[in-house]
Design a protein around this ligand. Sequence first.
Ligand code: XUL
Ligand code: CO
Length: 442
Amino acid sequence: MSEIFEGIPQIKYEGPQSKNPLSFKFYDADRVVLDKPMREHLRFAMAWWHNMCATGADMFGVGTADKSFDACVKTMEHAYKKVDAAFEFMNKLGIEYFCFHDVDLVPEADDINITNTRLDEITDYIKAKMLQYGKKLLWGTANLFGNPIYMNGAGSSDSAQIFCFAAAQIKKALDITVKLKGRGYVFWGGREGYETLLNTDMKFELDNIARLMHMAVDYGRSIGFTGDFYIEPKPKEPMKHQYDYDTATAIGFLKEYGLDKDFKINVEANHATLAGHTFRHELRVAAMNNMLGSIDANQGDLLLGWDTDEFPYDVYETTMCMYEVLKVGGLKNGGLNFDAKNRRPSNTFEDMFYAFILGMDAYALGIINAAKILEDGRIEEFLLQRYSSYNEGIGKRIVSGEATLAELSSFACEKGAPSRAQSGRQEKLQSIINQLLFSKTQ
Ligand code: XUL
Ligand code: CO
């Protein structure tokens, strides 16, 4: 079969000194970092929608990207061509995983039964390709936001019939996720929110979303899905207010409705900044709740108020991300899905490869640096020392829950106020990070 990305070689690790733009400078898949090869820590995934379907069209203009496998053409012939393109692309980059929405894979027909038959056919083909190339599915999902029937939401729709249609899409998306042995299943609620509270029964809508998720868990488990369900929080866009605003909100929802045993969080970097948080904050909130599931590895632009989905290049951010991940022992079923797209003027096949090289190298540096921070130990040691007054005496009684307010009051009145509080040493710690990141003798 002739190549689609003709003239693009297999992308190899050539090291930091290489000037070959079509090579990895830092991502060395088999290099062991701490306990595992980079490829296992990172589990890079290609997002079908950005790479195989999108063309760079925006609200002001048509697509610019050369996707000569006809990304935007909605026929089954092109659906198959996109599968060929996807596997050649992943293979050339050494990416092991991919993620998709149902309607990324096939054109949606007017009749859902026809769409479902198309999904059966294309996933037969994908399954064979996965075996041939040794590729795996990180997660699947249903697109419950593109079809105009979802303009008022899917699980939060005012219409029971539309709610059922969403259920049908989820059922099929779960069927194909299980068929392709997916490790996860995502709910991103782009239309699950509201434009005005004047027409919205928020409590009813949240109850219904939870009902739909419970049905999805029950069905998924009944057909042998053993992976994780994820909520991917995002505060706004397309809706003015989205219910899964941020990680803390999503976790509160999952706990409130008893979904927290089956669900974890898929943290997206750009969604974190849209919610007014750092990426690292969102990862920490998920991690401390034992719910850090998977990551949509992109980057936003802090000067822009929307989801720019850039390929990640900020090594400080990737370092802090991997530091959070390594501190909790890694991602169990999850990975790093590049939910990212080329800038509109980066419109050639080469640019698609440069984008992934950028992102994969940025995360390779991230994990190398994060391992250095952990091995160095100064930051962890500072943290232990910072809270050490809780290790004995009255502090220990506070932590164990034995102390009473009256007891603490007696303690404080007897001792009086401490002469001063201890320094938080922020600048010292930041300087340690820079030393670890940039010193040559690391
Ligand atoms: C949208 C977004 C989605 C989800 C999957 O902002 O991130 O692509 O990742 O539906
Ligand atoms: Co995403």
